[in-house]
Design a protein around this ligand. Structure first.
Ligand code: SF4
Length: 159
């Protein structure tokens, strides 16, 4: 089973109330090859919500207690991000998920890039909290862009 970010599946759950719909992912959901989740909603957040970024490192550093997730107004929401990641991982394990496609640049879902904690629109090469937790559990995580590249190379049935 494939797990995907809910916003990529067309659900308007991003912090600003929008989706980031990807037609290939919508197709995977329609064909019942994928399930969708939003780690931030599972962490107890609502939509819309304040934007948040990781300050002081990557999602791995958040899990290790050396970085934190902070909202634009300054509130420390680290614990809720970790809780959302843990709940997402539990759902993945219960559904025998072996591939996860998560939305790039999110402090939860980013797999290659996240924003750098300055709220200035600058990105850094790092993974978000949910991606870090999944990778430590041995589950493969890629972005929507990675998925498109793999489909171009080997077809949707082989990603
Ligand atoms: Fe999308 Fe992930 Fe952000 Fe939820 S936490 S809105 S699934 S990028």
């Amino acid at each position: 089973m494939i797990m995907v970010s809910a916003c990529l599946a067309g659900k308007p759950v991003r912090y600003n109330g929008t989706a980031a719909t990807d037609t290939v992912i919508e197709q995977l959901i329609a064909e019942r090859k994928a399930i969708s989740v939003c780690p931030e909603l599972l962490g107890g957040f609502l939509t819309p919500r304040e934007p948040a970024e990781i300050i002081g490192g990557s999602g791995y550093d958040v899990l290790d207690g050396t970085a934190k997730v902070v909202e634009y107004s300054g509130a420390d929401v680290t614990d809720r991000y970790i809780e959302g990641a843990a709940r997402t991982l539990a759902i993945a394990k219960a559904n025998n998920v072996d591939l996860v496609v998560l939305k790039e640049n999110s402090p939860s879902c980013g797999s290659s890039f996240i924003y750098d904690g300055t709220f200035q629109g600058h990105k850094q090469a790092a993974a978000g909290v949910t991606t870090a937790m999944f990778r430590r559990a041995g589950i493969r995580v890629i972005s929507e862009a990675d998925m498109e590249k793999e489909i171009m190379k080997q077809g949707i049935g082989n990603i």
